[in-house]
Design a protein. Sequence first.
Length: 294
Amino acid sequence: MKCGFVSITGRSNVGKSTLLNTILGMHLSITSPKSGTTRNNIQGIYQDNDSQIIFIDSPGVHKPGHKLESILNKKAYTAANDVDLILFVVDISKGFGKGDRFVLEKIKNQNVPIFLVLNKVDCLKKEELIEKIHELSSEYAFQEIIPLSALKKKNIEELLKTIKKYLEDNPPYFEKDALTNISMSFMASELVREKILRLTRDEIPHSVTCYVEEFREEDTKVFIRVVIVVDRENIKKIIIGKNGQLLKQIGMEARRDLEEQLEKQVYLETLVKTIANWRDREKHLIELGLKDDV
């Protein structure tokens, strides 16, 4: 059986999480139009009759402007270590810029095959795409250059087929029905954060954190309480919205996704808490047993 670990890397907002979700056929990694949505290295396990491929979705790499961005970059670099293959994803509709070159410089010395994955090819004409492929082939000796559209599920099968050619025959690393390394509790907190990013404007910073305070599962029902942590009272007011309407919408949309994932009726409660600064929020999570260190 062809088995191995494949890192999905690239700058922020190029469609890495959408690609993982499309490959798996499920909403595993959260997405939003805002850069920096993904904060953790999430493993999604693709399995068929002759392969088990563990994809690692990582935070987008970008020039750090504050502490959180530096941490996200470190997580992204870690995701490219100890893997069998790297998918370097580029949003080809926006071209190949400084941010893409910055990422390439960080990964090109890894002693594993690197595929250049050109996402959003549906935005280009065929002649433009051919020209782009020709240009980018001189950037680095990529083992493969694969154009696709993660959102429209175009050329995904070809990507999987090509990946398998580069993997060794190994015993499977996970059980046959395994899908991911993350818990449903963590997924619940991430889905709430996704809805916040999707339903608010740029005034909501990426420092917003969500965690699950209660996750109780019964035969046909699941009870979940998610706490949204912000650093300022005005941000708290924005998320709650007039008469609590925005917070209600955030909860409704997150609950809908959770019910689809869990195939059970979900009772979701969302609360907003203000903790003044980043380090205090991190300490708060450590005290709750949700993080190992600051």
